[in-house]
Write a protein that binds this ligand. Structure first.
Ligand code: ATP
Length: 575
């Protein structure tokens, strides 16, 4: 496939506001490409060169790209800057400046390879090397291809494709319907690599997908926890449980494969650089290969104090990590093991996996086993919950002792119990920003009035609205949010958004915000959970607690199914 043909399809995707159409166009691309092109195309359409968990970056930001665009099209840099101010989209700026089309368009595989070479350039002189490589590539492309190349390089595709959209398109391309979705999803939960899944499906069919197993070095999607309102409900539903403290740090998946250690976040991003002390501790473990699941938190073993979450996430900054590691060393409380010495442990019952964690970590004082107590008594569970809260922890997680590790599933194998603040829902909700209203007065100064927020309907792969948000942020917070919104603004409603509200500006679903509300109420206008025979759901008195862009993608926001369950629990507890 020529890059110009891919670019034409990307243009069609950009123009549609229907999810079905998006899937159809993407399925057509897959039908018309060769097996060798499946992987590069799958990564490129998501603004990547490799799967999300492989930290390859092209390494050219807006400023460098402006220099390359100026050089490629023989115009002064100032002109690029000026035009870009008008278009507000560097892709469109490149498209506007591109000259007559070259006679021959490079193939998708060639463009992917050349971008990889640009990404690989490092050391002295690499900035110039990257710029030259990119300028050369722009010169070989037509205007529409240039627009998409620039967007791929910036990782800003503006197409509204999510991972489930890709899975549906693969199924459509291969089978003509969505019937392969469950098997594709299973493979995705175990490997997190859409490109590899696409290639495997073409190369060795459904049996090939089934044979894709968990392996060290490749993150699997994390098992997630359900909610229940109180300890009594937990014991009633689960019987005997293993109870663990719920640490408020950062979820970490620690992989050791021979001499190499990698660490991944909750949304499968590489975090290896952030945690040198965890890497060192993992490499000392007496195993050839292992995958551990746990929570990283700064912990002072002497005073037995946990350092607040902000201190843990400060590691996100690239500078000063060694200094921070010396000042507030990180521990990881490990609660699970999914793989050891070549064996997939996910089918084993939790009790067995936990025993393996204890055995593996006996010697380590950085990777600590999260303590587990076994009980079938609601009183004991209540005591544990209160005890953990008084020690400054978030609450407890109760786990079914006979459950397998179900990658990517949120179910009652694990149940989280937190402090129950009266008058509030007993958990926060993670919403995705879908649009905003310009606002009046002081708010207008910051560029944003109320925000339109939604949750994720995973069955339909759609974002549905649940609330408008107007409170909870400081003036500075509003300013910051507006800065982030600017780059996500799109002219039309994105294809996967379902809303009866029409905000002043639509946003690509990307920013996840943690919200606390008093309750969930029925709503005739919000589309979350709305069906022919019942209204949607809305949040009563919502206020923003924090931004969660760091570790949650839009699809990781609270789901409609969770909202429905919280609504039912709230109704039962009101009696
Ligand atoms: P989720 O990860 O469930 O989408 P969240 O990130 O908003 O939601 P919570 O709902 O508060 O977090 O709780 C689940 C998270 O709690 C896990 O993802 C994990 O990071 C953390 N956690 C802390 N301690 C434990 C533990 N002992 N067992 C499992 N998870 C734990």
């Amino acid at each position: 496939m020529k890059f110009v043909d891919l670019a034409a399809s990307l243009d069609q995707m950009e123009a549609t506001s229907s999810r079905n159409e998006l899937v159809r166009i993407l399925a057509d691309i897959y039908r018309n490409c060769s097996a060798r092109e499946l992987q590069p195309i799958t990564y490129l359409i998501q603004g990547r060169l490799a799967p999300f968990f492989v930290p390859v970056e092209i390494g050219l930001g807006e400023r460098s790209l402006m220099i390359a665009i100026a050089a490629a099209y023989g115009v002064p840099k100032e002109e690029v800057i000026k035009l870009n101010r008008q278009t507000g989209d560097l892709g469109v700026t490149a498209q506007d400046l591109a000259k007559a089309s070259p006679s021959e368009s490079p193939s998708v595989v060639e463009v992917h390879e050349r971008l990889n070479q640009i990404a690989a350039a490092g050391g002295a002189g690499s900035v110039q090397q990257k710029l030259d490589g990119f300028t050369g590539l722009l010169r070989d492309l037509d205007a529409i291809s240039a627009k998409h190349l620039v967007r791929i390089t910036l990782g800003k595709m503006r197409l509204g494709i999510g991972d489930p959209t890709v899975l549906d398109a693969l199924s459509m391309a291969k089978k003509g319907d969505r019937s392969l979705r469950p098997i594709l999803e299973g493979a995705y939960n175990r490997t997190s690599d859409l490109g590899q899944i696409a290639w495997t499906l073409w190369d060795s069919g459904e049996a090939g997908l089934e044979a894709l197993k968990v392996r060290a070095g490749h993150p699997l999607r994390p098992q997630l926890a359900e909610r229940l309102p109180n300890p009594e409900a937990v014991i009633k539903k689960l019987g005997t449980v293993g109870v663990q403290p719920k640490y408020d740090g950062l979820r970490v998946q620690i992989h050791k494969d021979a001499d190499e250690v990698k660490i991944f976040s909750r949304n499968l991003e590489s975090m290896t650089e952030m945690f040198p002390e965890l890497v060192a501790a993992a490499s000392e473990l007496d195993v050839d290969s292992v995958i551990l699941d746990g929570e990283a938190i700064a912990y002072d073993a002497e005073s037995e104090e946990y350092v607040p979450f902000q201190e843990t996430t400060a590691r996100r900054r690239k500078e000063g990590i060694q200094e921070m590691a010396a000042r507030v060393p990180m521990r990881a409380f490990v609660f699970d093991v999914m793989f050891r010495n070549g064996s997939d442990l996910t089918p084993l019952p939790y009790e067995r996996r936990f025993a393996i964690v204890e055995e593996l970590l006996r010697e380590s004082d950085t990777l600590l086993t999260a303590p587990l107590t076994k009980t079938d008594s609601a009183e004991v569970l209540t005591r544990d919950l209160l005890d953990n809260i008084s020690r400054g922890l978030e609450g407890v997680v109760a786990k079914r002792l006979d459950s397998p590790y179900q990658a990517g599933a949120r179910n009652f194998n694990w149940v989280k119990l937190k402090r129950n603040t009266s008058g509030h829902l007993n958990d926060t909700i993670d919403v995705v920003l879908l649009g905003y209203y310009r606002g009046k007065g002081k708010r207008a100064e910051f560029g944003a009035g109320a925000l339109l927020a939604g949750v994720y309907d995973s069955d339909k792969d759609e974002f549905v609205t649940i609330s408008k948000l107007g409170t909870g942020l400081s003036d500075q917070g509003w300013r910051e949010i507006h800065q982030r919104l600017a780059s996500l603004e799109v002219a039309e409603k994105p294809p996967r958004v379902n809303s009866t509200f029409v905000p002043d500006a639509w946003l690509q679903p990307a920013i996840v915000v943690e919200v606390l509300a008093d309750e969930i109420t029925p709503s005739p206008r919000h589309t979350a959970g709305m069906a022919a025979d019942h209204p949607g759901f809305a949040l009563r008195f919502p206020r923003i607690v924090s931004l969660r862009t760091e570790d949650k993608k839009a699809e990781d926001a609270t789901s409609v199914r969770e909202i429905r369950e919280m609504f039912e629990q709230q109704r039962r507890s009101k009696g």
